[in-house]
Ligand binder design. Structure first.
Ligand code: AMP
Ligand code: ZN
Ligand code: ZN
Length: 431
């Protein structure tokens, strides 16, 4: 179907240069990439996530390649994650424009009445499209409009969602090195024009791992920043060699920030309630509980909704409005959110995981300064060398749809918030 829609589009686009054959035959794939980029009506869009790259990390001066992109592109003061400030909910918010409560990925760990349990390490759940089909990821919209897409990892990209997938995708494997990930993206850009993706994602996780294990202020996070920037530098060099650096639109962002959580900052939930009386969906920064048959859940709610030290608990119908959270059936009946710098856990868990407790966490109040994320954009669509105000991450979806020249699906974002980062003269692409 894709070739057909592409052919139809080609016949409708007045200046269908992206579809026409070239008069000179390129001698290498990289030359072909450059030629096509020159001729194509739309530059490709590369969306890069550096998991847990907090907005202020860039000021440490350990990310020279990223700083160079920021200096010659758009650098937002920060980007606000959606609530909860966790990896899967936010990666999916970015590519759907829907907050987690609306995109269905309400937590990294969740339950659904029909589908059962979901967790990041459950390959079967992660690749089951039924978990993801409350939102339509951008790669699907791209596909529906005749554009190819490729994902070098992204939550949701391994699933067949509403019978569509990225054209090229990889099952998540944390052992694939940052360089290998970059090389794969460059290889996709080297594909012949009729196979080359227009929308590509790239994902790095070392900064998140170091942040959890050693805390955001650790030398290990600094090393992860350097290592990730080396991969960014490999990417930038590869693009430059292909004469693509100024012809590709690049967005580099993070899903959330990271806060330091001292080992002793524990809210021991099992000291407050008997966990035998509830179904525990998740613990950690955002704990979730569902009623258990024959137990008085109202009494437990009444108890936990009283003011608590270092956490707040709400029945899902009473979660403060600004979190935009609680309407989805997958949100547990009672949620407890730790204050920044604290974890909700049990004595049993602490005893069993001695020496393996995360001292960096995220998932907290999405307005907290420590949860704010990186946003940098560079390329022909973006203005050069501007600082931009902070904005919510769901705005990235309509921004990306605009840059690709495709109509966005219904979403929670506001294009008006981010329009100012685009070059005024850049016309919306035609397809
Ligand atoms: P968390 O810090 O709990 O929010 O989860 C982030 C971690 O999820 C990352 O550090 C990765 O190890 C892992 N992760 C990222 N993408 C995927 C994926 N597509 N499938 C499974 N795990 C992933
Ligand atoms: Zn993350
Ligand atoms: Zn994390």
């Amino acid at each position: 179907m894709k070739w057909l829609s592409r052919a139809l589009l080609c016949s409708f686009v007045a200046l269908g240069a992206g579809c026409a054959s070239h008069s000179t035959t390129p001698t290498s794939p990289s030359e072909a990439a450059a030629q096509e980029a020159k001729a194509a009506p739309t530059a490709p869009l590369l969306l890069i996530s550096i998991d847990a790259y907090r907005a202020d990390y860039i000021d440490r001066g350990l990310s020279p390649s990223l700083q160079a992109l920021a200096a010659t592109g758009v650098h937002a003061d920060s980007m606000q994650p959606s609530f909860p400030s966790l990896t899967f909910p936010n990666h999916y918010a970015i590519v759907t424009g829907l907050v987690p409560d609306h995109n269905g990925i309400v937590n990294n760990t969740m339950v659904d009445a029909e589908l059962g349990k979901f967790s990041l390490s459950d390959r079967k759940a992660v690749s089951n499209g039924l978990w993801w089909d409350q939102g339509t990821p951008l790669w699907e919209t791209a596909d529906a409009h005749g554009l190819r897409s490729a994902t070098m990892f992204w939550p949701g990209s391994e699933a067949d969602i509403q019978s569509r997938r990225p054209d090229y995708w990889k099952p998540y494997d944390g052992k694939v090195t940052p360089d290998q990930r970059v090389d794969q993206v460059l290889a996709w850009l080297d594909l012949p024009p009729d196979q080359r993706p227009s929308f590509i994602t790239l994902y790095f996780d070392a900064v998140d791992h170091a942040g959890h294990e050693h805390g955001p202020d650790s030398p290990q996070v600094n090393q992860a920043l350097r290592d990730t920037d080396e991969a960014m530098s490999r990417l930038v060099d590869g693009l430059r060699q292909r004469n693509l650096l100024d012809r590709i639109n690049i967005i580099v962002l993070a899903d959330h920030g990271m806060a330091s959580v001292p080992l002793e900052n524990n809210v021991l939930i099992d000291k407050l309630i008997s966990l035998k009386d509830v179904d525990t969906v998740s613990l950690g920064v955002l704990a979730g509980f569902n009623p258990k048959p024959k137990h008085d859940f109202n009494a437990i709610e009444e108890q936990l909704e009283q003011p608590q030290q270092h956490m707040h608990c709400w029945d899902k119908t009473r979660i403060p409005k600004r979190f935009d959270y609680g309407s989805n059936a997958r949100v547990p009946q009672l949620v407890c959110l730790a204050d920044v710098g604290w974890r909700i856990t049990t004595e049993d868990y602490l005893a069993k995981h001695k020496g393996k407790i995360s001292i960096g966490e995220h998932g907290y109040d999405n307005a907290d300064p420590l949860m704010q994320a990186l946003f940098v954009a560079h390329g022909p669509a973006f203005r050069n060398g501007i600082r931009f105000h902070s904005f919510p991450n769901v705005d990235v979806y309509p921004l990306m749809a605009h840059v690709l020249g495709i109509p966005p699906n219904f979403n929670d974002g506001n294009f008006g918030d981010v329009q100012g980062m685009l070059k005024p003269e850049a016309p919306a692409a035609t397809h």
